[in-house]
Design a protein around this ligand. Structure first.
Ligand code: ATP
Length: 436
């Protein structure tokens, strides 16, 4: 809020002021030169002065202003009042621009492109080729694949290659949100739609993603009620916010993903056939890691480079026997599980080791936290391979504990949150912050 300092006039330079008009004569040159509109009233409330900007700012009418006023006292007696008007149009314009950019930044999360999808395997390359072709069309894309195969990375890459790449990529995991909340997240709501509704209402993600892409992850987990609503939005190309009677047109490219057997779910009446056909325009199947073991070495080296930076390690080589061991596993958790095994192995190395051995991998696959042959002295069970800097050490420990809980809960974040003793929302927040 713009504030005028309290005004109390006494003697200045031995001059005795008795009337506000006398003061005015003294300060007029200053009032004329200021960038605010100023109006001075006498003790009876009559206007006795308006500076040149007052006329322009207040009568032009198309500026946003804030005002403040103060009484003027001479020798303790009220002698008049000064009102100052400040033009905040530019400040407001900049604030709105900042909000718009912030919102855009928050929602543009498509950080991957096809070059981040590592692997030469024929089936994977086939999936990439279909995705590249599909990206150039406005068609809905359905990504199918087990958990951790890279569906989200594909969705990112598709958006980043599509003609919509400069618009927003908005993602929502449909399985992690209760039904009512999912509805207001997707379609937004009108002010007063329900208790606790935000003033002014809220835009839904369909609207947020307007002109861009909306990634509906875990679409197979959506309830029958929400399936109807999503189908309507896709068919009509418009949405109806909760509590509203007016439809809003939308222009959104849908990318969805699931690891659920939708066809079987249709037979069992759990998934609507009409929605399935709407979504399944461009189906892309991402093969599980066990069907592309030829890519394990390349993916491992790629991940190793990332983790070296992250954990402050300098491993350059993975022993041949270690690779053999990695290829032996069937990786039910796919690339995400491979990430866990490699990061755990790396955490257990000390900062100067350059080779990841079969022994390291074996210990990590078995969930052992330290290699017996290189076990180091520790303080009360704390490995001295932890970074010395406290924030980095806490971050590392938090990452391991959260990853372990998610792994033990077979990827079910609800269960992992219970095991960790934290609310689900906090778990999501931490996963995002820690890049899990
Ligand atoms: N081919 C790949 N090359 C490099 N990294 C990959 C590849 N595939 C997956 N990843 C990485 O593996 C992790 C899991 O991938 P992603 O989240 O895309 O899987 P998902 O299929 O969406 O899993 P979920 O169904 O559980 O959500 C991510 O960190 C991703 O970057």
């Amino acid at each position: 809020m713009y504030k005028v300092a309290a005004i109390s006039c006494k003697k200045v330079n031995d001059m005795e002021w008795t009337d506000v008009k006398e003061i005015l004569e003294e300060v007029k040159p200053v009032l004329k030169a200021t960038s605010d509109a100023i109006c001075v009233l006498d003790r009876y409330g009559n206007t006795i002065y308006e500076n040149p900007l007052y006329e322009i700012m207040l009568k032009r009418g198309n500026v946003e202003i804030v005002s403040d006023s103060k009484d003027i006292y001479i020798d303790g007696k009220k002698a008049g009042r000064v009102i100052v008007y400040h033009d905040i149009s530019e400040v407001n314009r900049l604030r709105r621009e900042l909000d718009r950019l912030n919102q855009k930044l928050r929602k543009v999360e498509a950080k991957y492109s096809f070059k981040d999808i590592i692997g030469e395997n024929e089936k994977l390359q086939e999936a990439i080729n279909i995705a590249r072709t599909a990206a150039m069309t406005p068609a809905t894309i359905m990504l199918r694949g087990e958990s951790g195969t890279g569906k989200e990375i594909f969705a990112n890459a598709i958006h980043n290659t599509s003609p919509r790449r400069n618009e927003k990529f908005v993602k929502i995991n449909c399985s992690s949100i209760p039904d009512e909340l999912l509805e207001s997240e997707l379609f937004g709501y009108k002010e007063g739609a329900f208790t606790g509704a935000q003033r002014g209402g809220k835009k839904g993600l369909f609207q947020e993603a307007d002109k861009g892409s909306l990634f509906l992850d875990e679409i197979g987990d959506v309830s029958p009620r929400m399936q109807v609503k999503i189908l309507r939005a896709l068919q009509e190309k418009e949405i109806m916010p909760v509590g509203s009677t007016e439809s809003i047109p939308i222009d959104v490219r849908i990318i969805c993903a699931t690891n659920k057997p939708l066809e079987k779910m249709i037979e069992e009446g759990e998934f609507r056939e009409d929605l399935y056909y709407r979504l399944n325009v461009f189906p892309i199947k991402i093969p599980p890691l066990r069907e592309r073991k030829d890519d394990i070495e390349a993916i491992s080296m790629y991940l190793l480079n990332q983790y070296n930076d992250y954990y402050g390690r300098k491993v350059t080589t993975i022993e041949k026997d270690a690779i053999k061991l990695l290829k032996k596993s069937d990786w039910p958790g796919n690339v995400r599980e491979l990430q866990n095994v490699l990061s755990r192995a790396l955490i257990n190395l000390s900062g100067d080791e350059e080779v990841l051995t079969a022994e390291d991998i074996e210990a990590s696959i078995n969930g052992e936290d330290a290699r017996p042959r290189k076990a180091k002295a520790s303080y009360a069970g704390v490995p001295d391979t932890l970074p010395t800097e406290l924030t980095a050490a806490l971050k590392q420990v938090e990452t391991v504990v959260i990853k372990r809980a998610i792994e033990n809960a077979a990827g079910d974040k609800n269960r992992a949150a219970v095991a960790l003793g934290i609310p689900l929302r906090t778990l999501y927040y931490k996963c995002k912050k820690l890049g899990i």
